[in-house]
Design a protein around this ligand. Structure first.
Ligand SMILES: NC(=O)c1ccc[n+]([C@@H]2O[C@H](COP(=O)([O-])OP(=O)(O)OC[C@H]3O[C@@H](n4cnc5c(N)ncnc54)[C@H](O)[C@@H]3O)[C@@H](O)[C@H]2O)c1
Length: 343
């Protein structure tokens, strides 16, 4: 499997996007986002997506140079319409807006609709954390892209509806970034590409029966992802409904239903500035002692240590920055093919 240097991969992705029609700013933001996802170890949201984005530009489902409109605004909230431009660009704008408003008024929420795939949510709450704020992010499939069964159901009714939150500590941010389905669909795709069975508790076939065969997600009649939580999957299902309300409900994109406008991402990002509550210093000291406390636990059998959310990604980031990003042969072939077709 080729190991590619992050800066080379980013330059290649940026050039491919630009030659397909993306503006310089779009190409720069999207390429950086994809490579950052690879660095964090989330290959399902890395350059694997590039062929899909290039095909989206060609088909007209991704509008290059789309204007991001502010549809409604108050001092502490906004609703943005991305006009079906690049999701990463619009999500970044929404995040910057929420941070600026929270800086003024302690807390702010910005909702986004008519956006394409926003990618790895961790990126947005890492940004709020880098500015010393708590961030919470919710993303649905714009009412469509159904790939997950509700708890107790055998039919696709929801999308993998991810959520993320992050807060700063003295030793880097704590970032929980997760689908409310057992895993992101892209993770099943990486198993399918590798020809490997997926672990128990991830997917069901079209009749709602548990299976380890990743193929059921892609062939007819289609299977589905399970909600997160294994035999407590009703918790993931409940959180998925929260995501629908926050992302689909507040943005006006719509929640999952039989007649979505089209697949895409709707998002809501909340920023909270601790400075306006107890002051940044006291908040950070509290978060530092919380992390120290949980990590001071003796490891349970089978574990080496307690990790906080975001730590796995941070370590992978350091390793891949040093060693390079592994890009599997199939993805590499697809990237070269797609880049070749855009010249
Ligand atoms: N834009 C979209 O439509 C969309 C949809 C679904 C998922 N996603 C993205 O897909 C990515 C993968 O999602 P996922 O659900 O497969 O994530 P995952 O299961 O790999 O990780 C979930 C979280 O668990 C934490 N974690 C992992 N191991 C841990 C450990 N041992 N101890 C403590 N914490 C630990 C990670 O730091 C992470 O925050 C995410 O970046 C998500 O934003 C995007």
């Amino acid at each position: 499997m080729p190991l590619v240097r992050p800066d080379e991969l980013e330059r290649a992705a940026e050039e491919a996007l630009r030659s397909a029609g993306a503006t310089d700013e779009e190409a720069r933001i999207v390429a950086a986002h994809l490579v950052t996802a690879n660095l964090a170890g989330h290959d399902s949201h890395g350059v694997l997506r590039l062929p899909q984005y290039l095909a989206g530009i060609e088909a007209g489902s991704i509008a290059c140079g789309a204007e991001i409109e502010t549809v409604r605004e108050t001092p502490t909230s906004a609703v943005l319409d991305a006009n079906w431009g690049f999701g990463q660009v619009a999500a970044l704008r929404a995040t910057e807006m929420a941070i600026a408003k929270a800086g003024e008024h302690a807390i702010a929420a910005v909702a986004l609709r008519r956006s394409n795939h926003v990618g790895r949510l961790g990126e947005y709450v890492e940004l709020t954390a880098a500015r010393g704020m708590i961030g919470m992010c919710f993303v649905n499939g714009h009412g469509g892209a159904h790939n997950t069964v509700p708890w107790g159901g055998a039919d696709r009714r929801l999308c993998s509806n991810p959520l993320a939150f992050g807060f700063p500590t003295g030793d880097g941010p704590v970032v929980l970034d997760m689908s409310t389905s057992a895993v992101a669909e892209g993770k099943v795709r990486t198993y399918r590409i590798a020809g490997k069975p997926v672990p128990d508790g991830w997917i069901v076939d079209s009749e709602g029966r548990p299976t380890n065969d990743p193929e059921v997600l892609y062939s007819q009649p289609r299977g589905a992802l399970l909600p997160m939580g294994g035999n407590l999957g009703y918790k993931g299902f409940g959180l998925s409904l929260l995501v629908e309300a926050m992302a689909g409900g507040l943005s006006g994109a719509g929640t999952s239903g039989p007649d979505p406008e089209r697949g895409g991402n709707a998002m809501c990002i909340i920023a909270i500035d601790p400075e306006r509550f107890v002051g940044k210093e006291r908040f950070m000291a509290e978060m530092d002692s919380l992390v120290e406390w949980v990590k001071s636990s003796r490891p349970a059998p089978g574990f080496d240590e307690v990790l906080v959310p975001g730590e796995v990604e941070r370590r992978e980031w350091q390793r891949r920055t040093r060693e390079g990003i592994p890009v599997d042969d199939e993805t590499w072939r697809q990237i070269l093919g797609a880049a070749g077709s855009t010249g």
